[in-house]
Design a protein around this ligand. Sequence first.
Ligand code: SF4
Length: 327
Amino acid sequence: MSLPLQDAAALRRLRRQLLRWYAANRRDLPWRETRDPYRIWVSEIMLQQTRVAAVLEHYRQFLLRFPTVYDLAAAREAEVLAAWSGLGYYRRARMLHRAAKVVAREYAGALPQSALALRELPGIGRYTANAIASIAFAEPVAVVDGNVERVLGRLLGRSPGSAEVWERAERLLDPERPGDFNQAMMELGATVCSPSSPACGRCPLRRSCSTKGRETAAGKLQSKRLQRSAVLGLALRGESILLRRRSKCESLMPGMWELPPVAARLRKKPLLTVKHSITQTDWTVRVFPASQSASLRGGRWIRLAEVSRQPLTGLTRKVLRKLELLP
Ligand code: SF4
Protein backbone atom coordinates (compact mmCIF):
# COMPACT_ATOMS: atom_id res chain seq x y z
CA MET A 1 0.00 0.00 0.00
CA SER A 2 1.19 3.57 -0.59
CA LEU A 3 0.38 7.07 0.57
CA PRO A 4 -3.33 7.81 -0.06
CA LEU A 5 -2.82 11.42 -1.13
CA GLN A 6 -5.77 11.35 -3.56
CA ASP A 7 -8.24 9.47 -1.36
CA ALA A 8 -9.86 11.94 1.06
CA ALA A 9 -11.28 9.32 3.44
CA ALA A 10 -8.02 7.35 3.62
CA LEU A 11 -6.09 10.58 4.11
CA ARG A 12 -8.34 11.54 7.03
CA ARG A 13 -7.78 8.10 8.54
CA LEU A 14 -4.02 8.38 8.20
CA ARG A 15 -4.01 11.81 9.87
CA ARG A 16 -6.14 10.47 12.71
CA GLN A 17 -3.78 7.52 13.25
CA LEU A 18 -0.74 9.75 13.35
CA LEU A 19 -2.33 12.27 15.72
CA ARG A 20 -3.56 9.49 18.02
CA TRP A 21 -0.07 8.01 18.09
CA TYR A 22 1.39 11.45 18.83
CA ALA A 23 -1.02 12.09 21.73
CA ALA A 24 0.02 8.79 23.32
CA ASN A 25 3.74 8.87 22.58
CA ARG A 26 4.97 12.43 22.38
CA ARG A 27 7.87 13.40 24.58
CA ASP A 28 7.19 16.01 27.25
CA LEU A 29 9.30 18.93 26.10
CA PRO A 30 9.15 22.41 27.62
CA TRP A 31 8.32 24.16 24.34
CA ARG A 32 5.30 21.89 23.96
CA GLU A 33 3.82 23.28 27.17
CA THR A 34 3.46 26.79 25.81
CA ARG A 35 1.59 28.64 23.09
CA ASP A 36 3.78 31.72 23.58
CA PRO A 37 5.08 32.46 20.06
CA TYR A 38 8.34 33.92 21.43
CA ARG A 39 9.14 30.72 23.35
CA ILE A 40 8.21 28.54 20.39
CA TRP A 41 10.40 30.69 18.14
CA VAL A 42 13.39 30.39 20.50
CA SER A 43 12.96 26.61 20.63
CA GLU A 44 12.74 26.31 16.86
CA ILE A 45 15.93 28.30 16.36
CA MET A 46 17.79 26.32 19.03
CA LEU A 47 16.62 22.99 17.61
CA GLN A 48 18.01 23.69 14.15
CA GLN A 49 20.92 21.25 13.68
CA THR A 50 21.03 20.55 17.43
CA ARG A 51 19.78 17.53 19.37
CA VAL A 52 16.84 17.91 21.75
CA ALA A 53 18.93 16.72 24.73
CA ALA A 54 21.51 19.43 24.10
CA VAL A 55 18.85 22.14 23.82
CA LEU A 56 16.82 21.44 26.99
CA GLU A 57 19.01 23.13 29.62
CA HIS A 58 20.07 25.95 27.29
CA TYR A 59 16.43 26.69 26.52
CA ARG A 60 15.55 26.93 30.21
CA GLN A 61 18.52 29.16 31.02
CA PHE A 62 18.05 31.36 27.96
CA LEU A 63 14.42 32.08 28.85
CA LEU A 64 15.31 32.79 32.46
CA ARG A 65 17.81 35.31 31.19
CA PHE A 66 15.58 36.72 28.40
CA PRO A 67 11.96 35.97 29.38
CA THR A 68 10.42 38.25 26.74
CA VAL A 69 11.27 39.47 23.30
CA TYR A 70 11.92 42.92 24.82
CA ASP A 71 14.53 41.49 27.20
CA LEU A 72 16.27 39.83 24.28
CA ALA A 73 16.06 42.95 22.11
CA ALA A 74 17.56 45.11 24.86
CA ALA A 75 20.50 42.75 25.56
CA ARG A 76 24.03 43.30 24.27
CA GLU A 77 25.14 40.83 21.60
CA ALA A 78 27.91 39.51 23.88
CA GLU A 79 25.29 38.58 26.51
CA VAL A 80 23.19 36.75 23.94
CA LEU A 81 26.22 34.84 22.64
CA ALA A 82 27.27 33.96 26.19
CA ALA A 83 23.80 32.50 26.85
CA TRP A 84 24.02 30.61 23.55
CA SER A 85 27.49 29.24 24.30
CA GLY A 86 27.59 25.47 23.90
CA LEU A 87 24.82 25.29 21.30
CA GLY A 88 27.07 26.11 18.36
CA TYR A 89 26.05 27.69 15.04
CA TYR A 90 26.27 31.16 16.60
CA ARG A 91 24.90 32.88 13.54
CA ARG A 92 21.50 31.63 14.73
CA ALA A 93 21.89 33.58 17.98
CA ARG A 94 22.93 36.74 16.17
CA MET A 95 19.96 36.53 13.79
CA LEU A 96 17.55 35.76 16.64
CA HIS A 97 18.85 38.82 18.47
CA ARG A 98 18.54 40.98 15.37
CA ALA A 99 15.01 39.73 14.70
CA ALA A 100 14.02 40.39 18.34
CA LYS A 101 15.00 44.03 17.85
CA VAL A 102 12.79 44.23 14.75
CA VAL A 103 9.85 42.61 16.59
CA ALA A 104 10.25 44.95 19.58
CA ARG A 105 10.61 48.05 17.39
CA GLU A 106 8.23 47.40 14.50
CA TYR A 107 5.66 44.91 15.83
CA ALA A 108 5.19 46.18 19.41
CA GLY A 109 6.76 42.98 20.76
CA ALA A 110 4.28 40.56 19.12
CA LEU A 111 5.51 38.18 16.44
CA PRO A 112 3.71 38.51 13.10
CA GLN A 113 1.06 35.79 12.83
CA SER A 114 1.51 34.45 9.30
CA ALA A 115 4.29 32.33 7.86
CA LEU A 116 4.75 34.80 5.03
CA ALA A 117 5.25 37.75 7.38
CA LEU A 118 7.51 35.72 9.70
CA ARG A 119 9.84 35.04 6.78
CA GLU A 120 10.59 38.74 6.56
CA LEU A 121 12.43 38.53 9.90
CA PRO A 122 16.18 37.86 10.02
CA GLY A 123 17.09 34.18 10.43
CA ILE A 124 13.61 32.83 9.69
CA GLY A 125 13.33 30.64 6.62
CA ARG A 126 10.45 28.56 5.32
CA TYR A 127 10.81 25.74 7.83
CA THR A 128 10.99 28.01 10.90
CA ALA A 129 8.23 30.34 9.68
CA ASN A 130 5.89 27.42 9.03
CA ALA A 131 6.73 25.76 12.34
CA ILE A 132 5.98 28.92 14.34
CA ALA A 133 2.88 29.81 12.31
CA SER A 134 1.38 26.32 12.58
CA ILE A 135 2.24 25.67 16.24
CA ALA A 136 1.61 29.14 17.70
CA PHE A 137 -1.10 30.44 15.34
CA ALA A 138 -2.67 27.25 13.86
CA GLU A 139 -1.94 28.36 10.28
CA PRO A 140 -2.29 25.32 7.97
CA VAL A 141 1.26 25.26 6.60
CA ALA A 142 3.48 22.17 6.58
CA VAL A 143 7.07 21.82 7.75
CA VAL A 144 9.85 19.82 6.18
CA ASP A 145 12.97 19.16 8.22
CA GLY A 146 15.39 16.22 7.95
CA ASN A 147 13.03 13.96 9.90
CA VAL A 148 9.97 14.76 7.81
CA GLU A 149 11.95 14.36 4.59
CA ARG A 150 13.13 10.90 5.64
CA VAL A 151 9.64 9.77 6.71
CA LEU A 152 8.11 11.02 3.46
CA GLY A 153 10.87 9.41 1.39
CA ARG A 154 10.21 6.06 3.04
CA LEU A 155 6.43 6.38 2.79
CA LEU A 156 6.72 7.17 -0.93
CA GLY A 157 9.45 4.60 -1.59
CA ARG A 158 11.77 7.07 -3.27
CA SER A 159 13.65 10.25 -2.55
CA PRO A 160 11.47 13.20 -3.62
CA GLY A 161 13.13 16.42 -4.76
CA SER A 162 12.94 19.50 -2.62
CA ALA A 163 9.89 21.03 -4.34
CA GLU A 164 8.01 17.72 -4.33
CA VAL A 165 8.72 16.97 -0.69
CA TRP A 166 7.16 20.30 0.35
CA GLU A 167 4.19 19.71 -1.91
CA ARG A 168 3.61 16.20 -0.46
CA ALA A 169 3.96 17.50 3.08
CA GLU A 170 1.34 20.19 2.40
CA ARG A 171 -1.09 17.60 0.99
CA LEU A 172 -0.60 15.27 3.94
CA LEU A 173 -1.00 18.04 6.54
CA ASP A 174 -4.11 18.03 8.72
CA PRO A 175 -5.54 21.54 8.19
CA GLU A 176 -7.60 21.26 11.39
CA ARG A 177 -4.59 20.64 13.63
CA PRO A 178 -1.52 21.77 11.69
CA GLY A 179 0.70 22.41 14.71
CA ASP A 180 0.12 18.97 16.24
CA PHE A 181 0.35 17.27 12.86
CA ASN A 182 3.70 18.90 12.03
CA GLN A 183 5.10 18.01 15.42
CA ALA A 184 3.78 14.46 15.05
CA MET A 185 5.61 14.00 11.72
CA MET A 186 8.85 15.30 13.21
CA GLU A 187 8.40 13.21 16.35
CA LEU A 188 7.79 10.10 14.26
CA GLY A 189 11.04 10.71 12.37
CA ALA A 190 12.97 11.42 15.56
CA THR A 191 11.73 8.48 17.63
CA VAL A 192 10.39 5.73 15.32
CA CYS A 193 11.45 6.21 11.69
CA SER A 194 15.08 6.79 12.65
CA PRO A 195 17.85 7.04 10.02
CA SER A 196 19.54 3.68 10.58
CA SER A 197 16.91 1.43 12.18
CA PRO A 198 13.26 2.39 11.71
CA ALA A 199 10.98 0.66 14.24
CA CYS A 200 8.25 -0.16 11.71
CA GLY A 201 6.46 -2.48 14.14
CA ARG A 202 5.57 0.58 16.26
CA CYS A 203 4.80 2.91 13.36
CA PRO A 204 1.24 4.25 13.03
CA LEU A 205 1.76 4.75 9.26
CA ARG A 206 3.11 1.32 8.35
CA ARG A 207 0.00 0.32 6.38
CA SER A 208 0.56 3.27 4.06
CA CYS A 209 4.34 2.89 3.83
CA SER A 210 5.93 1.73 0.59
CA THR A 211 9.25 0.63 2.11
CA LYS A 212 8.52 -0.46 5.70
CA GLY A 213 12.15 -0.02 6.62
CA ARG A 214 13.82 -1.19 3.41
CA GLU A 215 16.55 1.34 2.75
CA THR A 216 15.81 4.20 0.37
CA ALA A 217 17.98 6.97 -0.95
CA ALA A 218 16.22 9.29 1.50
CA GLY A 219 17.16 7.08 4.41
CA LYS A 220 20.82 6.58 3.66
CA LEU A 221 23.19 7.90 6.26
CA GLN A 222 24.75 11.28 5.68
CA SER A 223 28.30 11.78 4.48
CA LYS A 224 31.15 10.55 6.63
CA ARG A 225 32.34 12.85 9.39
CA LEU A 226 35.82 14.39 9.29
CA GLN A 227 38.36 13.55 11.99
CA ARG A 228 40.72 16.36 13.09
CA SER A 229 43.01 17.15 16.01
CA ALA A 230 44.10 20.41 17.68
CA VAL A 231 46.43 21.52 20.45
CA LEU A 232 45.47 24.35 22.82
CA GLY A 233 47.36 26.17 25.55
CA LEU A 234 46.18 26.90 29.07
CA ALA A 235 47.96 29.93 30.57
CA LEU A 236 46.99 31.04 34.09
CA ARG A 237 48.31 34.11 35.93
CA GLY A 238 46.95 34.67 39.43
CA GLU A 239 43.18 34.67 39.06
CA SER A 240 43.26 35.29 35.29
CA ILE A 241 43.36 33.14 32.19
CA LEU A 242 44.66 33.95 28.73
CA LEU A 243 42.00 33.71 26.03
CA ARG A 244 41.97 34.92 22.47
CA ARG A 245 39.13 36.38 20.53
CA ARG A 246 38.28 34.85 17.17
CA SER A 247 38.26 37.33 14.34
CA LYS A 248 34.92 38.83 13.35
CA CYS A 249 35.61 37.56 9.82
CA GLU A 250 35.74 33.86 10.81
CA SER A 251 32.90 31.87 9.28
CA LEU A 252 32.50 29.79 12.45
CA MET A 253 31.96 31.42 15.84
CA PRO A 254 33.20 34.91 14.90
CA GLY A 255 34.03 37.20 17.84
CA MET A 256 33.92 34.43 20.44
CA TRP A 257 36.62 33.72 23.06
CA GLU A 258 38.70 30.55 23.05
CA LEU A 259 41.91 29.01 24.37
CA PRO A 260 44.85 29.89 22.11
CA PRO A 261 46.35 27.23 19.83
CA VAL A 262 49.96 26.24 20.69
CA ALA A 263 52.55 23.85 19.32
CA ALA A 264 52.25 20.26 20.61
CA ARG A 265 54.74 19.24 23.36
CA LEU A 266 55.77 15.93 21.88
CA ARG A 267 57.22 14.38 25.00
CA LYS A 268 54.81 15.90 27.49
CA LYS A 269 51.55 14.53 28.73
CA PRO A 270 48.63 16.89 28.05
CA LEU A 271 46.64 18.30 30.94
CA LEU A 272 43.53 17.07 29.25
CA THR A 273 42.31 15.39 26.07
CA VAL A 274 38.74 15.99 24.97
CA LYS A 275 36.56 14.95 22.07
CA HIS A 276 34.40 17.64 20.55
CA SER A 277 32.10 17.68 17.53
CA ILE A 278 31.47 20.81 15.46
CA THR A 279 29.24 20.63 12.38
CA GLN A 280 30.65 17.73 10.28
CA THR A 281 33.96 17.41 12.14
CA ASP A 282 34.97 15.35 15.18
CA TRP A 283 37.91 16.99 16.96
CA THR A 284 40.37 15.41 19.34
CA VAL A 285 41.77 18.31 21.36
CA ARG A 286 44.80 18.16 23.65
CA VAL A 287 45.38 20.95 26.17
CA PHE A 288 48.91 21.73 27.42
CA PRO A 289 50.10 24.24 30.02
CA ALA A 290 51.24 27.42 28.24
CA SER A 291 53.72 30.04 29.32
CA GLN A 292 52.47 32.91 31.49
CA SER A 293 54.24 35.35 29.26
CA ALA A 294 52.32 34.08 26.30
CA SER A 295 51.11 36.94 24.19
CA LEU A 296 49.19 36.61 21.01
CA ARG A 297 47.15 38.66 18.63
CA GLY A 298 43.64 39.15 19.93
CA GLY A 299 44.66 37.61 23.29
CA ARG A 300 43.64 39.01 26.65
CA TRP A 301 43.98 38.07 30.31
CA ILE A 302 40.48 37.68 31.71
CA ARG A 303 39.61 37.21 35.37
CA LEU A 304 38.30 33.68 35.98
CA ALA A 305 35.32 35.10 37.88
CA GLU A 306 34.28 36.93 34.71
CA VAL A 307 34.99 34.23 32.15
CA SER A 308 31.57 32.58 32.30
CA ARG A 309 29.91 35.87 31.31
CA GLN A 310 31.95 36.07 28.10
CA PRO A 311 30.77 34.50 24.84
CA LEU A 312 32.99 31.40 24.92
CA THR A 313 33.12 28.77 22.23
CA GLY A 314 31.48 25.50 23.26
CA LEU A 315 34.86 23.74 23.22
CA THR A 316 36.43 26.34 25.52
CA ARG A 317 33.54 26.09 27.96
CA LYS A 318 33.83 22.29 27.92
CA VAL A 319 37.60 22.36 28.59
CA LEU A 320 37.33 24.93 31.40
CA ARG A 321 34.54 22.95 33.04
CA LYS A 322 36.54 19.73 32.89
CA LEU A 323 39.49 21.54 34.46
CA GLU A 324 37.09 22.92 37.11
CA LEU A 325 37.90 26.50 36.17
CA LEU A 326 34.24 27.15 35.38
CA PRO A 327 31.21 26.10 37.44
S1 SF4 B 1 6.71 1.91 8.37
FE1 SF4 B 1 8.85 2.04 8.93
S2 SF4 B 1 9.89 3.02 7.20
FE2 SF4 B 1 7.69 3.37 6.95
S3 SF4 B 1 7.34 5.37 7.90
FE3 SF4 B 1 6.97 3.83 9.48
S4 SF4 B 1 8.91 3.58 10.57
FE4 SF4 B 1 9.33 4.66 8.64
